[in-house]
Design a protein around this ligand. Structure first.
Ligand SMILES: Nc1nc2c(ncn2[C@@H]2O[C@H](COP(=O)(O)OP(=O)(O)OP(=O)(O)O)[C@@H](O)[C@H]2O)c(=O)[nH]1
Ligand SMILES: [Mg+2]
Length: 383
């Protein structure tokens, strides 16, 4: 063993969550990782240790207290790492980590593992978000960021700054900043509040979107009191749709009044508010809607309502207009003019990245500060 390999620290990183699960995956890396693993791994078949196995070859044996699968994997650096895959019981993981600790192996987290393997902050963060998402379209966008879409756009901005192309760099960063409106919602879901008078059909619509009887529906006005968040995937995107109390000014019921206060609060913070009206309430709906989506319900009960431009008519009971409604919600949540199309698919998916880039943008304003902006960006691109 060379002096260098003796002095190089060895680490263990747990790839699966620190909780009990079906399986656990750990990686031993750095220094003489295979040597250390070999001293703890008892092969089930034959006597060949891990150091003698082919890269990628699965070996069954014991590690700590339980049977595991072990394999040797060459990292991009060429160093050999050992992956241990076992049952996901916390006891097994503890026992493996303990026996490694006794051999002076240091446990460090996945973020530090990726950092040590040259993965940039931007892309490590993208992975964190990607790992949390379960809606396919959102996952696609985040996967592009894991694979460098945002980094490449920042590099373009950086190159423009260095070439003295201030206008074009500002234009690019402004376009990128616009994507934060929806990009930062990808991993936690867009919040959509259903607002409307009691009995208009909010809860029925939630159930129609969910595809099952998620919330209570009744002909009694004032049925829903609490805020009920329902996580849904709609056309591939993650939405948290909130059913709430019907809004009305006059109520003597204290519980209902509390529900209405909660509903108004949620309406103010939601990414999108759906304002629901009965089939014949066209005149009421016309007053100020801002970015809200106005929808007329219960179309199965009437002749189809002719709705003003931008508004929709649906029936949660028959399904009429629901597909158009879903598509329109997505258009509102991910506006065409905030798209990633001219940005090579780059999107801001994280609040901290957004605020760092706003800082870069503000540095671009002053005449002298192009250099500062460029320095700041360089630091971000190396972090
Ligand atoms: N025919 C028809 N009836 C509907 C439709 N949507 C809702 N309803 C009926 O209208 C009544 C009220 O529906 P809900 O979904 O509970 O209304 P809500 O807006 O949640 O009411 P609150 O919780 O009281 O604010 C129920 O009797 C529903 O069956 C629809 O599309 N067509
Ligand atoms: Mg309701």
């Amino acid at each position: 063993m060379t002096e260098d390999s003796i002095s190089k620290a060895i680490y263990v990183t747990q790839f699966t969550a620190e909780a009990s699960g079906a399986i656990a995956v750990l990686r031993i890396w750095g220094g003489d990782a295979t040597g250390v693993a070999d001293r703890l791994f008892r092969p089930k078949y034959g006597h060949r240790g891990l150091a003698q196995s082919q890269p990628g070859e699965l070996r069954l044996g014991w590690f700590g207290i339980d049977e595991v699968v072990a394999l040797v994997i060459p990292a991009d650096s060429g160093d050999l790492e050992v992956e241990i895959q076992g049952h996901g019981s916390p006891i097994l993981i503890k026992s493996i980590l303990q026996s490694l600790k006794e051999k002076n192996v240091t446990a460090i987290n996945q973020d530090q593992y990726l950092k040590a393997h040259g993965v940039l902050w931007l892309e490590r963060k993208a992975r964190e978000h990607f790992n949390r998402v379960n809606a396919p379209k959102a996952a696609e966008v985040l996967w592009r960021q894991v694979n460098g879409a945002i980094r490449r756009t920042l590099e373009r901005i950086q190159a423009d700054l260095k070439d003295g192309q201030k206008e074009s760099s500002m234009d690019l960063i402004d376009k990128l900043l616009m994507t934060a409106v929806w990009g930062t919602r990808l991993s936690r879901g867009f919040t959509v509040a259903l607002a409307g008078a009691p009995n208009v059909g909010k809860s029925t619509l939630v159930n129609a979107l969910a595809g099952f009887e998620r919330v209570l529906v009744s002909p009694i006005a004032g049925t829903t009191r609490d805020l009920v968040d329902v996580c849904l995937t709609i056309n591939g995107w993650p939405l948290v749709v909130t059913d709430m109390a019907g809004l009305r000014d006059e109520t003597t019921d204290l519980l209902e009044a509390s529900g209405i206060a909660l509903a108004r609060g949620r309406q103010n913070v939601a990414d999108l508010v759906i304002r629901l009206y009965g089939p014949d309430e066209i005149e009421m709906a016309k007053t100020g809607s801002g970015n809200d989506l106005v929808v007329f319900t219960k179309q199965d009960l009437t002749e189809e309502t002719v709705v003003p431009e931008g508004m929709l008519a649906i029936s949660a009971r028959s399904g009429q207009g629901i597909e158009t409604f879903m598509a329109r919600m997505i258009e509102k949540l991910i506006p065409e003019n905030h798209s990633d199309k001219q940005l090579g698919g780059a999107v801001i998916y994280d609040r901290e990245i957004e605020s760092e880039l706003r800082e870069v943008r503000s540095l671009m304003n002053g005449e002298q500060s192009t250099n500062l902006a460029s320095l700041y960006l360089s630091e971000l691109l190396q972090r």
